[in-house]
Write a protein of this length. Structure first.
Length: 99
């Protein structure tokens, strides 16, 4: 079995933005994603009493060039305006043609 190098993009964002973010990611070239509910604390402390449902974690495996495009989108449209963090990890995947 041959493994292929890809990037794992993880985004934690307000759950109210899930549909918008997924639409933007799809238009940017992702081929799939996983969404899970998320909670925690960070440099701004822990968010409490969210009336809009807390946070979601969106994960996508993608090629490095698509990751760069998406980080540009996040930097422009999400980071300045919303509770949103993102990071990239190196991963090795089977069936690399799917990503």
């Amino acid at each position: 079995m041959e493994l292929v190098a890809r990037k794992l993009l993880t985004i934690v964002v307000e759950s109210a933005l899930e549909s918008r973010l997924i639409g933007d990611l799809s238009h940017s070239g992702i081929t799939g994603y996983t969404v899970t509910m998320a909670h925690g604390a960070g440099v701004r402390g822990q968010r409490e009493g969210d009336l809009q449902g807390g946070n979601v974690k969106v994960e996508c495996v993608l090629k490095p060039d698509v990751a760069e495009t998406i980080f540009g989108l996040l930097h422009r449209d999400y980071f300045p305006h919303y509770a949103c963090v993102a990071w990239l990890s190196d991963v090795s995947v089977a069936r690399g043609e799917n990503y």
